[in-house]
Design a protein around this ligand. Structure first.
Ligand SMILES: Cc1ncc(COP(=O)(O)O)c(C=O)c1O
Length: 359
């Protein structure tokens, strides 16, 4: 089978061993005579998967019993609304660090529920910079400080957690969740759409602290949007197949040595690619060097025509999904956990040849 080198930003490449396991079990799940897709979400088989996935996730991150793991629907985008809906009201404020299009969307929703203190905005600098702690400001008595750990479109990333201004961090970790260990003590809530680093589209992982949930706003919250509805029980039908796939991806992460192993592999892949970009002026990184993402590597060539040729030639070498986000153009190589080092090596080798021909 000829699998391409897939640099899609999401839904993104999945570990082949996970796909093959799912393929093998698809029609007849564990000899039950039907597929998991055809079984009740209350069946013992699915209940076990849901529980295992939660346990694997907590064990990978070293999360204690204060943490709850929820598998929700609606994408990371619905968390932009659900977070403020649970915690803000007319008399409450949250800090938001604006580092790109996804942060902007989160801020827009938060303003519907409470007051937003913008701790920093990178908009004027075209989001090419991740703020240092001394560039951040905070509101007094804020309920939480929200940040986007990795900016999928612009290709920037916080390399460590930002200061929180005395309020627990709430993080949209959609595009770098489980690419490295986290200092969980600083967080109240973390959410991530699964379709980049965790599994297929359809499930959004939310990790929330019970102690943070105690700070929910007193006003009513619609049942399905209330985090407490989902704590410790399945309220409604979860995206069973997506959770099943996530469970296998989590097992794969553990087998490979957990987050300490992935941080090394991801560093190596990113360094190789950025090294090639920096080797002369032919390729140009689009963001400040100190703010670069290890997940979404963005760069440009001399002009748009040359970029089109680059993409067409790359595809001929099985290097696909390298087109930058439609809002910014250019080239973007998404190199999440499941993107193999061989794929990055193949891309770098192609880039060298392309430069030799066109440079
Ligand atoms: C950082 C970030 N947040 C949020 C989203 C939106 O996710 P969803 O499509 O699951 O709503 C994306 C999608 O690319 C993203 O990269």
């Amino acid at each position: 089978m000829n699998r391409v080198h897939n640099f899609s930003a999401g839904p993104a490449t999945l570990p082949l061993q996970v796909l093959e396991k799912a393929q093998k079990e698809l029609v007849n799940f564990k000899n039950k005579g039907c597929s998991l897709l055809e079984m009740s979400h209350r069946s013992p088989e699915y209940t076990a998967i849901n529980e295992q996935a939660g346990k694997h996730l907590k064990s990978i991150l070293g999360a204690d019993d204060d943490w709850e793991v929820l598998f929700l629907q609606g994408g990371a985008s619905s968390q932009f609304m659900m977070v403020p809906h649970n915690f803000l009201n007319n008399s409450r404020t949250a800090n938001y660090i604006d580092t790109g299009a996804w942060s902007e969307k989160a801020i827009k929703e938060a303003k519907l529920f409470g007051s937003v203190h913008t701790s920093y905005s990178g908009k004027e600098g075209n989001y090419s910079h991740i703020p240092t702690n001394d560039e951040l400001t905070f509101a007094e008595h804020a309920l939480y400080t929200h940040f986007t750990s990795n900016n999928t479109i612009f290709g920037t990333q916080f390399h460590t957690e930002p200061e929180n201004g005395g309020a627990p961090l709430v993080c949209d970790a959609s595009s770098d969740f489980l690419s490295r260990p986290l200092d969980l003590a600083k967080y109240g809530l973390i959410y991530a759409g699964a379709q980049k680093n965790l599994g297929p589209a359809g499930v959004t992982v939310v990790m929330v602290r019970k102690s943070f949930l105690e700070k929910q706003r007193p006003e009513a919250i619609p049942t399905i949007l209330n985090y407490n509805t989902h704590v410790n029980k399945l309220f409604n039908t979860p995206p069973v197949f997506a959770v099943y796939m996530v469970n296998y991806v989590l097992e794969w992460i553990e087998e490979k040595g957990g987050l300490h192993a992935f941080v090394k592999i991801n560093d190596k892949k990113a360094n190789l690619l950025y090294g090639e970009i920096d080797s002369d002026e032919f390729y140009r990184g689009t963001v400040e060097k100190g703010s670069r993402s290890k997940m979404n590597v963005t760069f440009r060539l001399g002009d748009e025509d040359l970029e089109k040729i680059f993409l067409t030639e790359a595809a001929k070498h099985n290097l696909v999904a390298l087109k930058g986000h439609r809002s910014v153009g250019g080239i973007r190589a998404s190199i999440y956990n499941a993107c193999k080092p061989e794929s990055v090596e193949a891309l770098v080798s192609f880039m060298k040849d392309f430069r030799a021909k066109k440079g």
